[in-house]
Design a binder for this molecule. Structure first.
Ligand code: PMP
Ligand code: GLN
Length: 375
């Protein structure tokens, strides 16, 4: 008996393992390969000698929650009550899982937009809900007509991810306006807005659900320190929800993790007092531009990249292999590991597109591009 009969090992583990086995440059799983900010390491070192080694309060350290409300106020001009509307989670993954488990029940339909991050569907299934997977349009932006047509009285939640992994696309203000309209026309709908790449956008600024007050009473936003501070291994993030929903989310959270790693919370509370997140977009834009430039003579067709640290590309003119086979051979025969996009689609729809992670130092990006340009 399996509760998830159709789910295997995540593609991120599969490709990172393959990369390591074949000593390939790993542009597959999304994680930075450069050091963290030295100021963050210094704060971490000092915290080790402070009295921060026991359980933090269940929803999070009060200092960290206050810093988070300040960050959201500064960034999005939204005032949140740190003690009732914010929760520190063990990464965005736990925030998403806990939210879905708390708010979705048997008979509830949950709209997921494909290609979709791989933790959404299993969370919905484990909660007893029914995932309704709808493709994004050909450019990886929402197909609003399709979404509106799919909404029924049973639709309880829509999960959105902007900036979008794996495509790197960022929504326009028109997309946000349509989302707002859909939410207002469907009062039974909850919105789970996965914004883990909120600070990594380039020419176009990220529009957060935080900036749209009409949706606040039914919206849960999810963020991740992993992406924002290059600390994916710390597994720490946070979510916001209106108090009524948060009470339900906390009921699950307290028996899911109880409270999140105390040293990480204490460190981040102090770091948030001094760090400026507004430079992150520029930092990654340089990497995106370097990678795109160094790939300009390759046979890959690079697709638009407005945000995140992922560059997607079509390999149609190189091979007719399935994207999974193509990524396997790219790793084994050409020494660069990447992610096939079909695994994020219902029924593994294969568009012959793969994803490169450019959260890497310059040398790694240039070496990878050199190999890729020979194919
Ligand atoms: N959502 C998206 C879109 C992601 O790309 C990721 C991870 N990389 C997560 C959620 C999970 O984040 P975390 O590592 O903080 O659990
Ligand atoms: N979110 C990361 C990615 O998209 C991977 C996270 C993980 O390995 N679970 O590559």
């Amino acid at each position: 008996m399996s509760k998830l009969p159709n789910i295997g090992t995540t593609i991120f583990s599969v490709m990172s393992k393959l990369a390591s086995k074949h000593k390939a440059i790993n542009l597959s799983q999304g994680f930075p390969n450069f050091p963290i900010d030295s100021q963050l390491s210094e704060i971490l070192m000092t915290k080790v000698n402070e009295n921060v080694h026991q359980y933090m309060p269940m929803p999070g350290s009060p200092e960290l929650l206050t810093q988070l409300s300040t960050l959201i106020e500064k960034q999005y001009k939204r005032t949140l009550n740190p003690s009732t509307e914010l929760l520190v989670t063990a990464g965005a993954t736990q925030g998403i899982f806990t939210t879905i488990l708390a708010l979705i029940e048997k008979g509830d339909e949950v709209i997921i937009l494909d290609p979709s991050y791989d933790c959404y569907e299993p969370s919905v299934i484990l909660a007893g809900g029914t995932p309704i997977r709808l493709p994004l349009d050909e450019t990886f932006l929402p197909d609003w007509e399709r979404i509106e047509n799919a909404i029924s009285n049973d639709t309880r939640m829509i999960i959105t991810n902007n900036p979008h992994n794996p495509s790197g696309r960022v929504w326009s203000s028109n997309d946000m306006v349509v989302l707002e309209k859909i939410m207002s026309e469907n009062p039974q709908l909850l919105l789970l807005s996965d914004e883990v790449y909120e600070f990594i956008t380039f020419e176009q600024k990220h529009l957060s659900v935080h900036q749209y007050p009409s949706m606040h009473d039914r919206c849960i936003t999810v963020s991740s320190f992993g992406k924002t501070f290059h600390i994916t291994g710390w597994k720490i993030g946070y979510l916001s929800a209106p108090e009524k929903l948060m009470q339900e989310i906390k009921k699950v959270h307290q028996f899911n993790v109880f409270s999140v790693n105390s040293i990480a919370q204490a460190t981040l509370a102090s770091y948030l007092e001094v760090v400026d997140v507004s430079s992150l977009g520029k930092f990654y834009q340089k990497k995106r531009d370097l990678f795109r430039e160094s790939m300009s003579s390759s046979n890959f067709k690079l697709l638009p990249c407005d945000g995140t640290y992922f560059q997607s590309a079509s390999y149609k003119s190189i091979s007719s292999k399935s994207d999974v086979d193509f990524c396997t051979s790219l790793t084994i025969d050409h020494g660069v590991a990447t992610i096939p996009i079909s695994v994020f689609n219902q029924d593994a729809r294969d568009q012959k597109i793969i994803r490169f992670c450019f959260a890497k130092d310059e040398t790694t990006l240039l070496k990878a591009a050199e190999k890729l340009c020979k194919i």
